[in-house]
Design a protein around this ligand. Structure first.
Ligand code: FAD
Length: 315
């Protein structure tokens, strides 16, 4: 192991990780950031997979997801954050200094901020990859208001509260919303079910699952299967939103940090401190509720401020 003990190691390079790095850098903590390439083969997190981001404050004309990430990254570098594009493969939080290991190095750290994000579940059906972000999305709040979806007929896949919320939200922009539910019942709370059932713009399709996405330059229709009979039909839609859950990237922390039933890191709300003193979590990895770039960045900022105060109190 290297002899040096880092003040702060940040794991993850989305808006949460880079914002934490900017704040920690300006506080002269010289943070070491494991950017990771984990889920997408490149650093930068979920925003690398999207096009236009219209709701990040400070960009009235909107900004492309990868450009926003690039700006966050440059700002972290400006404040002397040290970035390494390596995945963390193991951590030991049982004693301080903590140990963080990638394929290339093992470092000791006084404090760690976990910003490893989450992934939206997708069906990976034929046509999905080609039409990704060309009518297929995983975030109604993010993409629903885009011109691509305005006035169109849209579909939402899922039967939980999120699916109902997304369907209702999308009725503001869509002429009609088809809610595709795999079985003959929904997991959503009674109140949410009642709202979608009563909504004049929402049509529920029971026992229904999309199995193919079609369109030339953008989504034009879906092949939908009846889950009981296997029979298929075409459904003309210009947008499809997956609302079938998210998977937080926390496998690494099982047995090391307190996680909730869905795998999200539990923090001591309103603090971002985890169950282990000296370890914080920020961004989507601890947020099943909002899952936005700005909330991720905000919690990265808050976590870095908490670390700075905690480290000062140690000396
Ligand atoms: P992420 O962005 O998920 O980043 C996590 C980082 O951790 C990644 O860099 C990953 O490689 C890294 N990592 C994971 N495991 C490891 C490991 N073991 N070692 C090292 N690194 C690791 N939000 C908006 O506000 N507006 C939008 O318009 C918008 N559009 C979106 C469009 C799409 C298609 C998607 C998927 C999301 C969109 N979002 C949008 C949501 C937004 O991208 C997320 O809320 C935000 O990126 C979360 O930031 P984060 O830093 O918590 O995590």
């Amino acid at each position: 192991m290297s002899q040096q003990v880092e003040n702060l190691v940040i794991i993850g390079s989305g808006p949460a990780g880079y914002t934490a790095a900017i704040y920690a850098g300006r506080a002269q903590l010289s943070p070491l950031v494991f950017e990771g390439f984990h889920a997408w083969g490149i650093p930068g997190g979920q925003l690398m997979t999207t096009t236009e981001v219209e709701n990040y404050p400070g960009f009235p004309e909107g900004i492309q997801g990868p450009e926003l990430v690039d700006r966050l990254r440059s700002q972290a570098l400006r404040w002397q954050a040290r970035l390494v594009s390596e995945d963390v493969v193991a951590v030991d939080f049982t004693a301080r200094p903590f140990v963080v290991r990638s394929g290339e190095r093992e470092v000791a750290a006084q404090a760690v901020i976990v910003c490893t994000g989450a992934r939206a579940r997708r069906l990976h059906m034929p046509g999905e990859e080609r039409l990704w972000q060309k009518g297929i999305s995983v975030c109604a709040t993010c993409d629903g208001p885009l011109p691509l979806f305005r006035g169109g007929v849209l579909a939402v896949v899922g039967g939980g509260d999120s699916a109902c919320e997304e369907a209702i939200f999308l009725t503001r922009y869509a002429s009609r919303v088809h809610l595709l539910v795999r079985s003959d019942q929904m997991r959503a709370s009674k109140i949410m079910q009642q709202r979608v059932l009563a909504h004049p713009k929402i049509e529920i399709h029971w026992h229904s699952l999309p199995i193919g996405a079609h369109g030339k330059d953008h989504l034009e229709n879906l092949t939908v299967a009846d889950c009981r009979t296997g029979e298929t039909r075409k459904l003309k839609v210009s947008g499809l939103f997956y609302a079938i859950g998210h998977v937080p990237n926390t496998t690494l922390f099982i047995g090391q940090l307190d996680l909730d039933e869905a795998g999200y890191i539990r923090t001591r709300n309103p603090s971002l401190a985890t169950s282990t003193e000296g370890v914080w979590a920020a961004g989507d990895v601890q947020d099943p509720l909002y899952r936005q770039a700005i909330t991720a960045a905000g919690s990265g900022c808050a976590a870095a401020i908490e670390v700075e105060r905690w480290l000062s109190a140690q000396h």
